[in-house]
Design a protein around this ligand. Structure first.
Ligand code: AP5
Length: 221
């Protein structure tokens, strides 16, 4: 298993944990509008790799299309490379990593990064199905919208970059259900891992996105 031991940067990390559709990407993108935070989403990195047709993208697609996790060795190598390119002393919001205890241990073994908080986004599954099947995303910048709750100002056009707003291929109901199953099979291990380190904080995300944002700003002050 690869570790981060040879990464060369000093980076503060806040990890976002939570089910698919719990709002991790929405909140991380809002936070990264201020200069204080850098948003790193493993899902976005993988989707870009798929778009560009790289070997990583070809490997990831076979797992993502079925709602399965990409293997740990691939993800750990990817995050190690990505973190090593950051400037020292940045505060990174890590969205989508770690997803397994093996990934959390690899992140912890890197002496050049420090996980300060692990924030668990909590919400019941029945609401997540609606959030995910109703989600639309910008093809260009990845900004998430929702057909009912958070609509783009102009139909089908991204508010931020004017890109085309589309449905993600893994947001169809059968794949969403599989993603939720996988999430529940891994989440307890991660929750225990960060609880034992006194880094876990739980956030009720069954409330409007701007209310969740206020809670996060307060926690990360
Ligand atoms: P990834 O892209 O990380 O997907 P995910 O974790 O399944 O999370 P989502 O992006 O689906 O949800 P989110 O919590 O960001 O919600 P969002 O803000 O968009 O990963 C995709 C795949 O890549 C994985 O399945 C796996 O195959 C692979 N992968 C990635 N990382 C990996 C790793 N570390 N190891 C192995 N494999 C990995 O919000 C959802 C919707 O709700 C939106 O429409 C939004 O507008 C709406 N919404 C948000 N907040 C609210 C609110 N408060 N009220 C109402 N609606 C809201």
């Amino acid at each position: 298993m690869r570790s981060f031991a040879d990464a060369e940067v000093s980076v503060r990390i806040t990890v976002f944990l939570g089910a698919p559709g719990s709002g991790k990407g929405t909140q991380a993108k809002l936070l990264s509008q201020s200069d204080r935070f850098v948003h790193l989403s493993t899902g976005d990195i993988l989707r870009n790799a798929i778009k560009e047709g790289t070997p990583l993208g070809r490997e990831a697609k076979t797992f993502m299309d079925k709602g399965e996790l990409v293997p740990d060795a691939t993800m750990i190598g990817l995050i190690k490379d990505t973190l090593s390119k950051l400037k020292p002393d940045q505060h990174v919001i890590l969205d989508g990593f770690p997803r397994t205890v093996a990934q959390a241990e690899a992140l912890n073994s890197n002496t050049a990064t420090q996980v300060e908080h692990a924030l668990l986004f909590e919400i019941v599954d029945s609401l997540l199905i609606d959030r995910l099947t109703g989600r639309r995303v910008c093809k260009q910048c990845g900004q998430p919208f929702h057909m009912k709750h958070i609509r783009p100002k102009k139909e089908g056009i991204c508010d931020l970059c004017n890109g085309e707003v589309i449905q993600r291929s893994d947001d169809h109901e059968d794949v969403v259900k599989r993603r939720l199953e996988i999430f529940h099979s891994q989440n307890k291990g991660l929750v225990d891992y960060y609880s034992d380190k006194h880094k876990l904080k739980r956030i009720n995300v069954d409330q409007p996105a701007d209310s969740v944002q206020k809670i996060l700003m307060e926690l990360l002050k």
